[in-house]
Design a protein around this ligand. Structure first.
Ligand SMILES: [Zn+2]
Length: 66
């Protein structure tokens, strides 16, 4: 009756897990100044500054690109 034993759901579950892990990595920031780890809750409006010391996260990239 049921088809839960088929491997087809894995084709959806594995990419989903990979996506979640990728988002966790993308939304986790480490402060260069104080080393505080910050996990952003809203991917559309990510943190730009460290909530602990106020250092801007992407300040290095701005210097490289001019
Ligand atoms: Zn900091």
């Amino acid at each position: 009756m049921t088809s839960w034993r088929q491997p087809l759901p894995l084709l959806f579950v594995l990419p989903f897990i990979g996506l979640i892990m990728w988002l966790n990595i993308k939304m986790t920031r480490f402060c260069d100044s104080c080393g505080k780890m910050t996990v952003c809750q809203n991917i559309l409006n990510p943190f730009k500054f460290c909530p602990k010391c106020g250092t801007e996260y992407d300040s290095k990239h701005k210097n490289e690109e001019g």
